[in-house]
Write a protein that binds this ligand. Sequence first.
Ligand SMILES: Cc1cc2nc3c(=O)[nH]c(=O)nc-3n(C[C@H](O)[C@H](O)[C@H](O)COP(=O)(O)OP(=O)(O)OC[C@H]3O[C@@H](n4cnc5c(N)ncnc54)[C@H](O)[C@@H]3O)c2cc1C
Length: 383
Amino acid sequence: MNLELSEEQEAVRRLAEDFVAREVAPHAVAWDRAEEVDRAIVKKLGAVGFLGLTVPEEYGGSGGDHLAYCLVTEELGRGDSSVRGIVSVSLGLVAKTVAAWGTEEQKREWLPRLASGEALGCFGLTEPGTGSDAGNLVTRAVRDGDDYRISGTKMFITNGTWAEVVLLFARTNDTPGHKGVSAFLVPTDTPGLTRRAIHGKLGLRGQATAELVLEDVRVPAAAMLGPEGKGFSIAMSALAKGRMSVAAGCVGIAQAALDAAVRYAGEREQFGRPIASYQLVQELISDIAVDVDAARLLTWRVADLIDRGLDFATAASKAKLYASEAAVRAANNALQVFGGYGYIDEYPVGKLLRDARVMTLYEGTSQIQKLIIGRALTGVSAF
Ligand SMILES: Cc1cc2nc3c(=O)[nH]c(=O)nc-3n(C[C@H](O)[C@H](O)[C@H](O)COP(=O)(O)OP(=O)(O)OC[C@H]3O[C@@H](n4cnc5c(N)ncnc54)[C@H](O)[C@@H]3O)c2cc1C
């Protein structure tokens, strides 16, 4: 793997850096306090091509490889994880899955709109009773002539109140476990679908997280994505790639923590000297720096494997596991460097820690990543 960025990749990285400096960073604290990112950011992300990365240009995408996608995701995560999550879900979990599994008609209907930001996607897998155990979801889709009628509840859905389409997973037959699950593309304005915003999150406060309730929601059979009964495999393939983008976002958080800690340690004086001159403060900073490098290298390796068409799922779990735990450690170490000032939101590190905390929980908790890695190594499934 070549660790030197190509001219194209470096240009995309710089574009993302400029975008974040102009459109994201100046508003991040206000959006966090208001518990709402300005929705205008979606169109801006689309206009600059970030919602169509890796999607073929014939469907309105902006092309690019997965390393370029990681670079953009890292920069967005450095600026505001709430904005990064909009892209990771609408592009990473929904548009990429439509591109991989959709019929020609589904791709023509959704990809140009998702890539431009005219429409946003959300990913409806988790339910109140099934999080880690997603294969046992209970939302039902019952065939009725040329349609399916879907009923159930989806929990913690990122982009939920904003999205125009939900990639929804529902049980289409009575086979227990994941074999009875199918995937559907459901427009969120379909009668019977209601959304409730979830407030009071510890972090990612600017992000639109929602509960979706479906009561006899009728969709045509053509709304099914991929073959009947393959929904769980589709969800898992989406999440495997999604884990790379969560990991890249975590690298962004850790990098932001490092930048803030180094800057503050040089400015803040105690006992007549900058705190950067104390070895115990340098230890905190060097621990963050090692975490940044290690998390980034694990993440780039996933992008490299995907771009070379190789198996990447276990590498993605390793990257997500390490980078999410590293982001929490890095933000916590940075907060320590800031002392009491780190505890108030005029300084950036408290938000970094709050935003980082969910990364070890969603798209598979750290425990679930360990079980996936353990299964790959031993050949024995623990769940
Ligand atoms: C802000 C936010 C955004 C989210 N966005 C989305 C989204 O867009 N779409 C979506 O579908 N979901 C989303 N989720 C849901 C998320 O993926 C789940 O919360 C996650 O999968 C964990 O499920 P759970 O919360 O039900 O926890 P549980 O599965 O109940 O887990 C509780 C604890 O038990 C542990 N545990 C469970 N099973 C095992 C086991 N076999 N071995 C060892 N330990 C185990 C877990 O690691 C965890 O520590 C989001 C969640 C949050 C908080």
